[in-house]
Design a protein around this ligand. Structure first.
Ligand code: NAD
Length: 268
């Protein structure tokens, strides 16, 4: 019964990040941009990292942060980003790495070795580097939070995009293991697993009837950014090694039902 405490905390204050610094990797657009805005709105200083220098600079201006150009699929890029953020901000308390994507679609009979290698680079390699290097840095400074963006494609099968789903599944497993291993060092490691989300890159592929921003429809980048922000705050201090699905119930759809074989739930 050591540390038992029934007092009521200031819950709103637990969501604030004044005096803290956060790095958002792949922040230039889409989900990363919204994660950076959420963290900034809560009071954190922001290091915006993107391999696209113009995108990084534009967002850094929006969130009054610093821009760092780096490719995080290489260890040198991650080290450069962490060194630059440390030098400019003096500390780092959270790292949100949103890098990922689908470089090739196709059947498992068609996808080439190069397609698999590219998907590994884009979706998993950087996460192993960030976990190792940022994890050590946060542990050495007393603790912190690391958040990756997984995918519902990594929860089950991912027809037509097997490499993407496979490496997102690997990312989820890494998060669970790292969450467990780094817990004694006060470093939390989590992932947000979005469903198909109406980001600028994806919205053109959605049907005209798509209900965006409604339960039963499609999340927006802001909804994934909000979850990433939550995982960086003390509101989530007991959440680690977790994959938080944010999919507006897309994965709850039953394969046998009305409406073209898919039962959808409307908020209305
Ligand atoms: N949009 C969706 O429907 C959806 C669904 C599930 C999961 N996700 C995941 O969410 C994440 C973000 O998706 P998005 O659509 O916002 O991405 P996006 O492609 O729109 O943006 C990615 C950003 O990361 C930067 N970037 C890419 N590679 C980089 C590298 N090696 N180093 C540094 N910066 C790099 C890009 O320049 C870009 O600014 C990805 O991990 C994606 O797999 C997206």
């Amino acid at each position: 019964v050591v540390d038992f405490d029934e007092s009521v905390p200031d819950y709103v204050a637990l969501g604030r990040l004044e005096g803290r610094a956060a790095m958002v990797i792949g922040a230039g657009r889409g989900i990363g941009r919204h994660a950076a805005h959420a963290l900034h709105a809560a009071g954190a200083q922001i290091a915006v990292v993107d391999r696209d220098a113009a995108l990084a600079q534009a967002l850094a201006t929006e969130v009054e942060g610093i821009a760092i150009t780096a490719d995080v699929t290489r260890e040198a890029g991650v080290r450069h980003a962490l060194d630059a953020a440390g030098a400019a901000l003096g500390q780092l308390n959270a790292v949100v790495d949103i890098v990922g994507g689908i470089p090739a679609f196709g059947s498992v009979l068609e996808l080439s070795e190069a397609d698999w290698a590219t998907a590994y680079e884009l979706n998993f390699r950087h996460a192993t580097i960030v976990t190792r290097i940022a994890g050590k840095l946060l542990a050495d400074s007393g603790g912190g939070s690391i958040v990756f963006i997984g995918s519902i494609s990594g929860l089950g099968g991912a027809p037509g995009r097997a490499p993407y789903g496979s490496f997102k599944a690997a990312l989820h497993s890494l998060v669970r293991t790292a969450g467990f291993e780094l817990a004694p060092l006060n470093v939390r490691v989590n992932a947000v697993a979005p469903g198909l989300t109406a980001t600028p890159r994806v919205v053109a592929r959605l049907p005209d009837s798509a209900e965006i921003g409604k339960p039963g429809g499609f999340p927006q980048a802001r909804d994934i950014g909000a979850a990433a922000y939550f995982l960086c705050t003390d509101l989530s201090r007991m959440i680690t090694g977790h994959v938080l699905v944010v999919d507006a119930a897309q994965t709850m759809r039953h394969p046998v039902g009305v409406g073209g074989g898919v039962v959808t739930i409307s908020s209305r």
